[in-house]
Design a protein around this ligand. Structure first.
Ligand code: TRP
Ligand code: SF4
Length: 337
């Protein structure tokens, strides 16, 4: 059988600490599957975190470790994918700088997240050169490995579109070096947190992958459900129930249909319904918790995996940058290594 070459994938995550269920269904769960069919590079991206955390940079290393634990425990596999730390591959910075030379300022100023984040995040001054350049650093991450596919959620679509425009511009100026990366839009199911709002670390309402069975029970049991179900005999509507957003992500279709029908006819109670998703979560993350505990107790193994991944990434990155310097005429005779 003719072997078709595996497409190259890059995706990244900012190190903001332990991952919650929203991060899992919105990214990690899909990445674990992609490893089987694509040549994957997955990066933890400290420099992106720095663009907003520059006043408190010392948390980034610990946060990186937390993300690394979650990745490995969830099944990202260094035998299948290249697992790297962006700031340990300095070529990301060099390419970012070169891209910054050719990127028109208005392209960056009209990125919706730029103004939005500045307005939303009041306690940080995000009116910086680095923060404006965030999407260019992201572009560098992707194209450094000549990635063709970028699995991300809708919130990142504009950034990938911008990456494509910059790639076209680079190729037009200097020659066809980079493929135009394609977005692989990840369906991101909206998960409610324990207070019914969108699950988010900053709201303090998140259920974490590393949460113990007790944590999971304690967090979900008191959650508000569809307000129509004041009494056990009042029928409800699962589509208006925050808890049911968790069912949609973690309870198999058949069982879910049964529960939805039971809710609409008031033949089951919320307690019983919650119990199903609680048990589903406890089971789904059982081996996860075991693996995470193992890696937590063997930090050297974790760092070694990311050290070796970053070294592999550096090999690819070095080749790309040699090509980039050559087409731009920056391949100085003094630069031979
Ligand atoms: N900006 C992305 C986010 O906030 C993280 C990221 C950095 C990324 N570099 C990337 C995603 C490259 C995809 C590809 O989620
Ligand atoms: Fe929500 Fe389930 Fe209660 Fe219906 S029965 S309101 S879906 S928790």
């Amino acid at each position: 059988m003719a072997q078709t070459k595996k497409k190259i994938v890059f995706s990244g995550m900012r190190p903001t600490g332990a991952l919650h269920l929203g991060n899992y269904v919105g990214a990690l769960r899909n990445w674990v599957k992609l490893q089987e069919t694509h040549r994957c590079f997955f990066g933890i991206v400290p420099w992106h975190a720095l663009s907003s955390e520059y006043l408190n940079p010392k948390v980034i290393k610990d946060f990186t470790f937390e993300v690394a634990l979650d990745w490995l425990a969830a099944g990202l596999d260094p035998q299948k994918s290249v697992l790297l730390i962006q700031s340990e591959v300095k070529e990301h910075a060099e390419l970012h700088l070169l891209l910054s030379m050719i990127t028109p300022l208005p392209w960056l100023e009209r990125v919706p997240t730029f103004k939005e984040q500045q307005q939303e995040i009041q306690d940080k001054d995000l009116n910086t050169y680095g923060f404006l350049g965030y999407p260019m650093l992201q572009t560098a991450d992707i194209i450094l490995y000549k990635a063709e596919v970028v699995p991300v959620g809708e919130d990142q679509a504009f950034h990938i579109e911008l990456a494509r425009e910059v790639v076209r511009r680079f190729n037009r100026f200097y020659g066809e070096v980079f493929p135009e990366p394609q977005i692989l839009l990840t369906e991101v199911p909206k998960l409610a947190g324990t207070d019914g709002r969108k699950m988010s670390k900053s709201y303090g309402n998140a259920i974490y992958l590393k949460d113990s069975p007790e944590d999971i029970r304690k967090k979900i049991s008191p959650m508000v459900t569809d307000t129509r179900r004041k009494r056990r005999t009042d029928p409800g509507e699962p589509d208006d129930c925050p808890v049911f957003t968790l069912h949609k992500a973690f309870v198999p279709e058949a069982k879910r249909q049964e529960l939805a029908a039971g809710c609409r006819t008031a033949s089951i109670g919320c307690l019983e319904c919650k119990k199903v998703v609680i048990e589903a979560l406890i089971t789904e993350f059982e081996t996860f918790r075991q693996k995470r505990t193992y890696y937590e107790q063997h930090p050297d193994e974790v760092w070694t995996i990311f050290n070796e991944g970053s070294a592999l990434a550096r090999e690819v990155a070095r080749k790309t940058m040699e090509e980039v310097r050559q087409v731009m005429g920056l391949d100085f005779p003094t630069g031979r290594r």
